[in-house]
Ligand binder design. Structure first.
Ligand code: FAD
Length: 504
């Protein structure tokens, strides 16, 4: 059997695996990525929010993603729990994407290869043996040939399959979710006003959504629970039609349509890992945990997980004494990210449970509530900031911003009880120990938001009473930051109680 040696072996070529391989190749490590030619999710159409652009930029694939010509994602229209339609139009820098999954993976895999990762397509990991110094993973090619890959680090990014992750995962057994999906074409096109929107609609015992791939092509998916729906012995296309007929708005879109390709079904039940990292192994993206597709954040979560896994392994390879700290950082992040998405979906499930009262919704609401536990709040909206350790509620930041805007003079001072601790953080794609500000409200410490150094801000702000002067002062020593980012940093410093106004 042919043997190949690498620093890192990435199993799986979805968003998580390609993100990790790209980052590691950027940092000049010898990295191999192994994946089968076709993936089970290949026929999916996926909705990716604009906030994923920042991660794509970090990975150096934003231009290629934009150039691929995916159908823009301009917002969501939601009919939830019998409420009026809620529409959200994305604003700000750039749109999100509605991607044909195969095309999106092509962009990500090409980027990883272009930067220097060795991509082995048409290979499936079959067996892994771990010794004291390295992994030996036997991979099977499509012609039946075998290759052994040796590497001290393996990243399991094999999605739901969970080649190595399976053994340390726990499934949420209170609910089981099956996604059934089908593409439909309507030659005359659909309503132009929501043409670039992801559409979501709940019903008595399930929910459905529709992702557009062009003005005339949409992917419709329903989420059913095997425990509550009659599925046995029935064609998936029949179940899909019947479920979609329970909706009002989505059903009305299905007049005069043609099916494109086959309908198919896959599990969407939730699971999470008991531990996401240990020396030599990280569980990345969906291999470690699966969040409800309701969030439309699965791809972003996988990209972020891959990006962070790359950073953690890079740190271990160049700064061995930091290995345990970096692995714990990854484990903590993956845990809190899963919790955070559970928390967000709980609100939707509870709203639906209160209107429909059906076990489909009541069990989901109860399970989400139990998983989140009392007292856990949602993480910050933006993951990259969150990865750097900020958990300040957005409404507090907004209120602080309003106060700063309306004040004639800022007159701030550092909170008298502020202390400084050392904690791990991401800097220049490495995990390092950094000084953090610690207060009673933020006992774990806080340092950066939108790349703004809050420690420096807290030292600087009390010296000036006008915001532009603080901004200029800040930019004198640091690489210049934009005013909007700076204002978010300043507002966060007040919202987190690091800075206080004189009357506080
Ligand atoms: C029905 C449905 C709809 C969804 N819609 C959305 C959406 O609209 N927006 C969104 O953001 N997310 C959505 N998601 C979630 C999203 O698809 C996943 O969260 C995301 O793809 C996870 O990426 P990943 O790289 O971790 O895993 P995957 O994308 O699953 O990639 C796993 C990779 O591992 C490979 N692999 C598997 N076994 C092996 C092996 N033994 N050896 C080597 N390679 C292997 C696979 O071929 C694949 O390349 C949806 C999920 C489902 C099920």
């Amino acid at each position: 059997m042919n043997t190949l040696e690498f620093d890192v072996l990435v199993l799986g070529g979805g968003p998580a695996g390609t993100a990790a391989a790209t980052l590691l190749a950027q940092r000049s490590h010898r990295v191999a990525l192994v994946r089968p030619t076709n993936t089970p999710t290949g026929a999916l159409a996926e909705s990716i929010p604009p906030s994923a652009r920042r991660l794509l930029a970090e990975l150096g694939v934003l231009k290629a993603t934009d150039a691929a010509g995916f159908f823009p994602n301009n917002g969501n229209s939601v009919w939830w729990a019998n409420n009026e339609s809620r529409s959200e139009n994305f604003s700000g820098d750039g749109n999100g994407y509605h991607v044909d999954r195969t095309g999106f993976e092509r962009v990500l895999v090409s980027a990883a290869e272009a930067i220097g990762a060795r991509v082995l397509i048409g290979m499936t990991a079959r067996k892994a043996v771990e010794s004291e110094t390295c992994w030996k993973v036997s991979c099977e090619a499509e012609d039946g040939g075998m290759v052994e890959i040796q590497a001290p680090w393996v990243l399991d990014a094999t999605g739901r399959h969970g080649f190595l992750a399976r053994d340390v995962r726990e499934t949420d057994r209170s609910t089981t979710t099956l996604a059934i999906t089908q593409r439909f074409e309507k030659l005359s096109g659909w309503d132009e006003a929501t043409g670039n929107h992801t559409l979501i609609e709940s019903y008595q015992d399930g929910w459905a959504w529709s992702v557009p791939l062009s003005p005339t092509l949409r992917c419709f998916t329903v989420m059913v629970d095997q425990r509550h729906a009659e599925l046995e012995g029935r064609e998936v296309s029949e179940i899909l039609r019947e479920e979609l007929a329970k909706t009002t708005h989505l059903a009305s879109m299905l007049d005069h349509v043609n099916t494109k390709g086959d309908s198919w079904a896959c599990s969407s039940s939730l699971y999470h890992a008991r531990k996401y990292s240990r020396p030599g192994l990280l569980l990345v993206g969906d291999a470690g945990s699966f969040i409800d597709p309701l969030s439309s954040y699965g791809v972003k979560k996988a990209l972020a997980s891959g990006w962070l896994a790359g950073i953690v392994v890079h740190t271990a390879l160049i700064d061995a004494p930091m290995t345990d700290v970096a692995l714990d950082f990854f484990d903590n992040r993956e845990r809190s990210v899963y919790q955070s998405y559970r928390h967000r979906s709980a609100e939707f499930f509870e709203e639906a449970a209160s209107v429909y009262g059906h076990p489909y919704w009541t069990t989901r609401a109860e399970a989400a509530r139990a998983a989140v536990g009392a007292g856990s709040g949602p993480d910050d909206e933006d993951w990259l900031e969150d990865l750097e350790g900020t958990h300040v509620p957005v409404d507090l930041v907004r209120a602080a911003h309003e106060r700063i805007r309306s004040a004639e003079s800022l007159n701030s001072r550092a909170h008298p009880d502020l202390r400084i601790i050392k904690r791990p953080a991401i800097r220049s794609q490495r995990i390092v120990m950094k000084r953090h500000l610690m207060s009673d409200t933020y006992p774990k410490g806080i340092r950066y938001v939108r790349g703004i150094d809050l420690l420096r801000l807290v030292e600087l702000a009390p010296r000036f009473d006008q915001v532009p002067d603080i901004w200029n002062g800040y930019n004198e020593k640091e690489a210049p930051v934009s005013l909007p980012d700076f204002l978010v940093g300043l507002s966060t410093a007040f919202a987190a109680g690091l800075l206080v106004h004189p009357d506080q």
